[in-house]
Design a protein around this ligand. Structure first.
Ligand SMILES: [Fe+2]
Length: 371
């Protein structure tokens, strides 16, 4: 098997790392950055330091589940400023939008032409990614997810040109994350590690990263959720999230993510939450496909001998909402199931699962998880 590993060329990790954005931009030769930033971080210290050092335009129009309109607006802001590089400061949605803007600055598009694997023709503008949540791991992945609302599809684009040039991983930015978001994105990180490890695309390199990610996430997720000021837990979660991103970006995600994206596209459920809703039931289905790998992950990371019970306990303890509790109407859900199953399969992720499902099995799983 030939393994291709792709990671950001530079990662700076630790408390205060985000304050190095301006210095890193200057090192990369960026003279006029576009700052793509979550609205609540517009006036944060890293943003202020960047603006003080370089002529910076600010784009803070990214919503959760960024769509093609957001990307187009960001691209217009970039062109208006004649920006030659991007600094993304925020959650996974902000970093994903910035990645799409960076490649559209140098490629003809449309973005939908790059959906799938390795279709981006040329490198984008340099991108410095600074995550504020722990997290999607987007700062360390070659993946972006952009929603096409006209088709209700979350487009998955994977390409080495989507890797940030620099990742500044600063857990201090995550201290203000609301508890429910800490839970959802934390389970997303755990899902990245687990799916990367059991994926059919796993290699010894992604295994090593995935296991270490799990080892950091499992004992610290409850602590980070319960006490946002638990600094060691927050730091471990941020490191685990970045490692989780590295792991799946160099292996793959699998059926949980494959089924989660359509849920997000149809019912606007945030990415981490829709993964968390699915994780126990989908793992129960997938486990017989490779029980040894699941058991090894659970044993190494401290999830213990009963993996399914451990995942259910996380959802209970972290108060993960069910689809019904979130307000997804049952009738609309049932009506969307066939298209969601089709879109899940079309994404390619289910084919990486240890147990590859048929369309009928995906339909059965969608029915099962509605409660
Ligand atoms: Fe994810």
């Amino acid at each position: 098997m030939v393994v291709k590993l792709q990671l950001p060329p530079t990662l700076i990790i630790g408390g205060g790392a985000s304050l190095q954005a301006a210095a890193e931009a200057q090192r990369l030769g960026i003279r006029r950055p576009l700052l793509v930033v979550d609205p609540y971080l517009r006036d944060s210290q890293p943003a202020a330091l960047l603006a003080a050092a370089l002529p910076t335009a600010v784009f803070s129009g990214v919503m959760p589940d960024p769509d093609l309109d957001v990307v187009a607006a960001g691209l217009a802001a970039l062109r208006a400023h004649e920006a030659d590089g991007i600094v993304a400061l925020g959650g996974g949605s902000t970093i994903d939008a910035a990645k799409a803007i960076a490649i559209l600055a140098t490629n003809p598009g449309p973005l939908s032409a790059y959906m799938g694997y390795h279709k981006v023709p040329a490198p984008g503008l340099p991108l410095i990614a600074i995550p504020s949540t722990a997290g999607t791991g987007s700062e360390a992945t070659r993946v972006t997810i952009i929603t096409d609302r006209s088709r209700n599809v979350k487009m998955m684009i994977l390409d080495g040109y989507l890797l940030p040039t620099v990742a500044l991983v600063d857990y201090e930015l995550s201290l203000s994350t609301p508890a429910a978001l800490t839970a959802a994105v934390g389970i997303d990180s755990l899902t990245h590690a687990l799916e990367a490890y059991v994926s059919r695309k796993a290699s010894p390199f992604s295994d090593a990263i995935a296991l270490e990610a799990g080892l950091l996430i499992v004992p610290h997720l409850r602590r980070a959720y319960t006490n946002p000021q638990d600094l060691p837990a927050k730091e471990a979660m941020m490191t685990g999230a970045t490692l989780g991103g590295m792991a799946f970006s160099n292996s793959s995600v699998a059926l949980v993510h494959g089924m989660s994206r359509p849920l997000g596209a149809f019912f606007h459920i945030p990415h981490g939450l829709s993964n968390a809703m699915l994780l126990p039931a989908i793992t129960r289905f997938s486990l017989p496909g490779n029980p040894e790998r699941y058991a090894a992950f659970a044993a190494h990371t401290g999830l213990g001998p009963d993996l399914l019970a451990a995942l259910e306990a996380f959802n209970r303890d972290l108060r993960v909402l069910t689809l019904r509790e979130y307000g997804v109407p049952e009738e609309a859900y049932r009506a969307a199931m066939p298209q969601m199953a089709k879109d899940a399969l079309a994404s390619g992720s289910p084919a990486n699962n240890p147990r590859v499902p048929s369309k009928e099995e995906i339909l059965t799983l969608y029915a099962e998880v509605y409660n």
